[in-house]
Design a protein around this ligand. Structure first.
Ligand code: THU
Length: 175
């Protein structure tokens, strides 16, 4: 085994390169009206985040196929792991209120109260894992907009793009 780690690759070894296109906007005004509107709702939700420990506030807004928008923000707790990220608050609430309705877009606005973040923050691994399951369930990509407080926006075409080799129910025998 050590030979293959430190020695030459065997000729039979296959390689797969995984990449995705991250779209970068210098200002949110470059986005479509729909996207700007969703980001505004994420911005507004961010202001109501309960983040007394990290002082890192995050707001999320989910646009559904039926036109409804569901928002969320991070909810912290003195027992730190008991809190929940903004993205999951929003997506879980959307699933609870509108079960089976596809998500068209997810906008996230994040930023620290203690420092200036120069780039948008991307969802944590747990959120990626949770949300990629909704993407697989609805069989259409969920585009993600990530906004920093300096107005720079990253757009990811889908959640699967930022969670390559995701674990999913197929490993458990589900289809
Ligand atoms: N947080 C989110 O709400 N979303 C993210 O994508 C990253 C982190 C929250 C969790 C916690 O309340 C705070 O930000 C600092 O980690």
């Amino acid at each position: 085994m050590g030979f293959f780690i430190f020695g030459r690759d065997p000729p039979s070894m296959k390689k797969k390169h995984i990449s995705f296109e991250l779209q970068i906007f210098e200002d949110s005004s470059e986005l479509s009206q729909m996207e700007q509107n969703l980001l505004h709702q994420a911005d507004a939700a961010r202001l109501n985040a309960y983040a007394p420990y990290s002082k890192f506030k995050v707001g999320a807004a989910v646009l559904l196929e039926n036109g409804e928008v569901v928002i969320g923000n991070n909810q912290e707790n003195a027992a730190y792991p008991a809190g929940l990220c903004a993205e999951r608050v929003a997506v879980f609430q959307a699933g609870a209120k509108y079960p089976g309705v596809a998500i068209k877009c997810l906008a996230i606005s994040a930023g620290s109260e203690l420092m200036e973040n120069t780039e948008p923050a991307a969802p944590c691994g747990n959120c990626r894992q949770s949300i990629v399951e909704y993407e697989q369930k609805q069989e259409t990509p969920i585009p993600i907009l990530l906004k920093a407080q300096n107005n720079i926006v990253f757009r990811c075409p889908s959640m699967a793009d930022i969670l390559p080799l995701a674990f999913n129910g197929s490993f458990l025998g589900d289809s």
